[in-house]
Write a protein that binds this ligand. Structure first.
Ligand SMILES: C[S@@+](CC[C@H](N)C(=O)[O-])C[C@H]1O[C@@H](n2cnc3c(N)ncnc32)[C@H](O)[C@@H]1O
Length: 279
């Protein structure tokens, strides 16, 4: 099959228990600062593409309140099963409607298309060879005047200091593993142009700080998320011949030592952009 919506994307991180733990850490670190940027209003109807474990999706749903409505779409069965378990665990089984499905062919009913106030995707586009196809579905899903909000990584903007031993080689291999899968590790810088090419207007952009330094409350979680992401891509890096096992372990050990350094700092921001659908 090779129609316009086809996209044989692979998700580099997978959905093992370790990876789900890392994704939860990421949510703990970023959710409050991301929420501020969404500027949600009570009663809004929101669609979350690639919702993962649904923690942020539930925060969105709590924010729009009982008069709002939130649907989360996720392709991986293990992720969506865990999203439902977590929602049950907080006594919120009905808060979000979680649906299994592909962002490129979203499982919406005919009556739902063109009705959402916002379509949102966080850290999804970097895993798609053709992010514009997901954005086209987001645009289709929102009402006239509705908003499309995307937030994603730009791996060119990542600066840990003092530089951990073996970090450059490990980071370059990690970035290359995205490219080997046909994905764009630098998609963050393209967000505005992707929204403009999709016909959206009133575009704004910004960054959500995703760094920290030793001594800060969240630094250990930031460092663990980084180590987890790189360790989780080990198979992809080895399979692609991008780095040998010894260099991967040197890089990971360098990061563990860096994490314990009282001067350690990570300078990094996730990129976001929002656009409005024509009235
Ligand atoms: C890095 S996680 C982010 C999850 C969530 N948005 C968050 O910020 O916590 C990316 C998620 O996108 C999902 N995903 C990847 N490709 C997808 C696709 N084509 N359609 C739907 N979900 C997809 C993955 O399974 C994974 O759960």
């Amino acid at each position: 099959m090779n129609d316009d919506r086809s996209d044989p994307s692979e998700y580099i991180h997978g959905s093992s228990p370790e990876e789900q733990h890392r994704l939860s850490l990421l949510n703990d670190i970023l959710n409050e600062s991301c929420l501020k940027e969404l500027q949600l209003r009570p009663g809004e109807k929101v669609l979350d593409f690639g919702c993962g474990l649904g923690q942020f999706t539930r925060l969105i749903a709590r924010t729009v309140g009982g008069k709002g409505q939130v649907v989360g779409i996720e392709r991986d069965r293990d992720q969506i099963a865990q999203a439902k378990r977590l929602a049950d665990g907080t006594g919120e089984p009905e808060l979000v409607t979680f649906r299994i499905g592909d962002a490129l062919d979203p499982p919406l009913t005919g009556a739902e298309w063109g009705t959402f106030d916002m379509a949102h995707a966080r850290f999804l586009l970097e895993h798609l060879p053709r992010p514009e196809l997901a954005i086209a579905q987001m645009v289709r899903a929102v009402r006239p005047g509705g908003r499309v909000f995307v937030i994603d990584d730009d791996h060119g903007d990542f600066r840990p200091w003092p530089e951990p031993e073996g970090f450059q080689a490990l980071w370059q291999a990690y970035v290359r593993s995205y490219e080997m899968m046909g994905n764009d590790p630098y998609v963050g810088r393209r967000l505005v142009s992707l929204l403009r090419e999709a016909g959206l207007t009133a575009i704004r952009n910004g960054g959500v700080f995703f760094g920290g330094c030793a001594g800060n409350e969240r630094f250990q979680a930031i460092a663990d998320n980084l180590i987890g992401a790189l360790a989780g891509a080990r198979e992809a890096m080895l399979a692609g011949g991008l780095l040998d096992e010894g260099s991967i372990q040197t890089g990971l050990e360098g990061l563990r030592q860096w994490k314990a350094d009282p001067s350690a700092a990570l300078w990094y921001s996730a990129c976001f952009a929002e656009g409005t659908a024509p009235e």
